[in-house]
Design a protein around this ligand. Structure first.
Ligand code: BT5
Length: 267
């Protein structure tokens, strides 16, 4: 049986008969790019593209996503009818943390899109969207999870990254992780439509507990320092600025500062 068929079978075992095409490729540049091309041609919601490896796996802001064999590289297209599209990456983080939990690995989420185990990155989420005057046409949710990936294949990332293989008693099959992610994503998608505050609550419950701690947030507009207050109902980060006032951050990189405020990095 090929991987696509095994994936569909794993989905059925979870009671999720998938409503759209799922295409499992060998090596691609980036599953997000493959799916974005399909999105522009009108591919239906929930179409998925998966790959064994990526030669140009992407993170946010031009960063690279290491994509050795044994990882999950999955992109799914959503055509949301709801407003709070900013919550999609948070929901995806919750999804991956839940699925890691199914395999006995306790994971936390870090704003906006990281999934960490013991402070090391297990997974990342890259959402890309297209809008018109009618609103959001599509959102491509790209999820990368280190599954059957060992330290050698993580290479220079071995210090900061981890995998289900390194954390779990038994290394799960990539198809099973993919099925878990797709099935849970569809559940949380319904919540995004009807009860978005549930998504925020679930995310908060799994977040690294940095609330009230000094942080530095690097955004495209510069660096901001303050203490971490919360996320709001739209998924934006709220930071109490050092110089006073609350700053709402829509995208950026958060690092914890030591309480001395010396600027040295904790994580
Ligand atoms: C992310 O970006 O974390 C989003 C990663 C999304 C990858 C998926 S795979 C399927 C789909 N197709 C794509 O092309 N992308 C998506 P960001 O927050 O910018 O984090 C990138 C940083 O994570 C890098 O600069 C490295 O420090 C680290 N990193 C790269 N590869 C990693 C890996 N495999 N495991 C852990 N950390 C990694």
């Amino acid at each position: 049986m090929d991987r696509e068929a095994r994936l569909r079978q794993a989905l059925l075992a979870r009671g999720a008969a998938w409503p759209a095409p799922l295409e499992w490729r060998g090596a691609v540049g980036s599953t997000n790019d493959v799916l974005k091309a399909k999105a522009r041609r009108g591919t239906p919601e929930w179409t998925g593209v998966l790959a064994d490896t990526q030669t140009g796996g992407r993170g946010r802001e031009g960063r690279a996503w290491a994509s050795p064999p044994g990882g999950l590289y999955l992109s799914v297209i959503l055509r949301p009818r709801f407003e709070r599209v900013g919550l999609v990456p948070l929901a995806a983080g919750v999804v991956v943390a839940e699925v890691a939990g199914e395999f006995g690995v306790e994971a936390q989420v870090k704003w906006p899109n990281d999934v960490l185990v013991r402070g090391r990155k297990l997974a990342g989420v890259l959402t890309e969207s297209s809008s018109s005057s009618r609103g959001v046409d599509w959102v491509v949710v790209g999820i990368g999870v280190n599954v059957a990936v060992d330290q050698t294949s993580l290479g220079p990332l071995a210090e900061t990254a981890t995998s289900l293989h390194l954390e779990a008693d038994r290394t799960p099959a990539v198809e099973d992780v993919a099925a878990g992610v797709l099935a849970r994503l569809s559940v949380w998608y319904d919540a995004l439509e009807g009860r978005p505050s549930q998504v925020v609550d679930a995310w908060r419950a799994r977040a690294v507990p940095w609330w009230g701690r000094p942080v530095q947030v690097r955004t495209t507009h510069g660096v901001l320092r303050g203490t971490l207050r919360d996320v709001d109902e739209a998924g934006a980060l709220l930071v109490d600025r050092e110089e006073g006032g609350v700053q709402r951050v829509l995208s950026g990189e958060v690092t914890q500062l030591r309480p001395t405020g010396s600027g040295s990095r904790d994580t």
